[in-house]
Design a protein around this ligand. Structure first.
Ligand SMILES: Cc1ncc(COP(=O)(O)O)c(C=O)c1O
Length: 485
């Protein structure tokens, strides 16, 4: 699936390419080629897209065509561009750099290790009372077989109410309870995506979503998010949906994991309309929607702009409440929920009744629990930002307005090397390339603020120590991506 980048779009992505840090006396064509390689390494410019014709880019950048010709030639020589006479030039990375994203995560047995690889909070104090209350409720269900493929009705009603409270009228028939958001995604993919189907995802994105897509043998194209500013480039996102007409697009509009970006209302509306026109289903992951910080006001849910059952929303209890509960859900049309339930019977039949009852009790206490979570997360985020400013001032970070992670832009393409070094000093990291395809994103690191402030400060101190020891030669900005196998 090929999509095309227009001259004006590439010019916008390139920004101040002629004045990039690290540029000394290199000629313009070399600086332009280096800037394009930088965009590829950062995942901002996807692989396999057609670049503008030389003349078009020259006009957009207001430079001579010879400069663009020389830059494209250099990109071809370094293996970043493939050209066919008369057909155009496509982006690529040198060699075969596809990196499988298994999303594998092994629980820690080392208690001294500070785990920044997992972005999830410990359970809230209300969990044990909720579990006790749930056991009191259980006898009401013991007279039946206990299989509820779409979930027990009281939980589906509570989840439906939470959507209605957000301004999206929802009935219990539109909700299916799953064993976590990951399970919700897997089921939706089973239903909506034939093996080998085309999918569009953000880059960076949630690694386990990539794992679920790989399991469906999906053909994945990416939309590169900016680390700072608005995140999504509306023109490019909508353009690639229009051009490539993917079967499905997986988006995380509410405090995106890992960048923390919040998609504005107008882009939600345009994305839904464009997806409908292209015949694309939008799978919208709302894992972090309950966690706006600093009083940030949320735009309407993406599904609020949907009039054609194009949007399937998924969410769960893991981020605001506890991951160990394994409760998630799908919000879709009632017929889609029925089809999902039928598909689920061949997978795991139904979710545990007792856990669903615990979720009912937690949701009844939602305002108190979620308010405390937001306070806790804001304080931890600020402690992390403070420690980074003090110990690693060369890293660029934007304070996220919600969610549980920030996406740090490092002072070189060192993310995997840093993760290896950090392991030695008792800090576990998920390096940037885990959040993308093809070994890009080496200049980035996801840092969750889900641990207590003291742990975060200690971890940053250890990272600063090992950063100092890493090869200083890795510092220049626009280097090739370090490839991980
Ligand atoms: C965007 C996103 N989707 C899904 C999940 C998985 O959530 P669950 O624990 O509910 O399966 C996570 C967990 O980190 C996530 O960040």
């Amino acid at each position: 699936m090929t999509s095309q980048v227009r001259g004006s779009q590439l010019a916008r992505l390139l920004g101040q390419w002629h004045a990039l840090p690290g540029r000394r006396r290199s000629p313009d064509y070399a600086a332009l080629a280096a800037a394009v390689r930088g965009l590829l390494a950062d995942g901002r410019l996807p692989l396999g897209v057609r670049l503008p014709a030389e003349r078009e880019l020259a006009e957009a950048l207001r430079i001579s065509r010879t400069t663009v010709t020389a830059a494209y030639r250099q990109l071809r020589e370094t293996g970043h561009l493939a050209s066919r006479r008369g057909a155009g030039s496509w982006t690529m990375l040198p060699g075969t750099h596809r990196v499988a994203s298994t999303g594998l995560w092994t629980p820690l047995d080392d208690r001294d290790m500070i785990d920044l690889g997992v972005a999830a909070l410990a359970a809230p104090p209300q969990l044990v009372p909720a579990a006790r209350a749930a056991t009191e409720d259980l006898p009401r269900y013991l007279g039946g077989a206990g299989y509820h493929p779409t979930g027990i009705i009281e939980l589906r009603e509570a989840i439906a109410r939470s959507y209605t409270d957000r301004g999206l009228l929802t009935s219990a028939e539109q909700i299916m309870v799953t064993s976590g958001t990951q399970h919700a995604l897997d089921l939706v993919l089973r239903l909506a995506l034939a093996p080998g189907g085309n999918v569009l995802v953000e880059s960076p994105t949630y690694p386990n979503a990539l794992a679920a897509l790989s399991a469906r043998r999906a053909r994945i194209a990416t939309h590169g998010l900016a680390a700072d500013g608005a995140g999504w480039d509306a023109d490019l996102l909508l353009g690639s949906i229009r051009q490539t007409r993917p079967k499905l697009a997986y988006l995380i509009p509410d405090f995106q994991n890992p960048t923390g970006h919040l998609m504005p209302a107008d882009l939600r509306e345009r994305a839904v309309a464009t997806a409908h026109a292209a015949g694309t289903d939008l799978v919208v992951d709302e894992s972090f929607v309950d966690l706006p910080l600093d009083g940030t006001v949320l735009p309407p849910p993406t599904a609020a702009f949907d009039r054609h059952s194009r949007v399937i929303s998924i969410g769960g209890m893991s981020k605001p409440y506890w991951g160990g509960l394994r409760i998630g859900w799908v919000r879709a049309s009632a017929p889609q929920v029925q089809r999902l339930a039928a598909a689920r019977v061949g997978v795991d039949m139904a979710s545990p009744v007792l856990d669903q009852l615990v979720a009912v009790h937690l949701l009844a206490d939602a305002p108190t629990i979620v308010a405390a979570r937001r306070c806790q997360l804001a304080a931890q985020r600020d402690a992390l930002l403070g420690a980074l400013a003090e110990r690693l001032p060369d890293w660029r970070v934007t304070a996220p307005r919600g969610g549980v992670t920030l996406w740090a832009e490092l002072d070189g393409p060192i993310s995997s090397a840093l993760a290896r070094a950090a392991e030695e000093v008792g800090v576990r990291l998920a390096p940037g390339p885990r959040f993308g395809l093809d070994g890009t994103l080496e200049r980035f690191l996801r840092l969750p603020f889900t641990l207590p402030a003291a742990d975060l400060v200690e971890a940053v101190g250890r990272l600063a120590d090992v950063r100092y020891d890493l090869d200083r030669a890795a510092r220049p900005q626009w280097r090739e991506a370090t490839v991980i196998a």
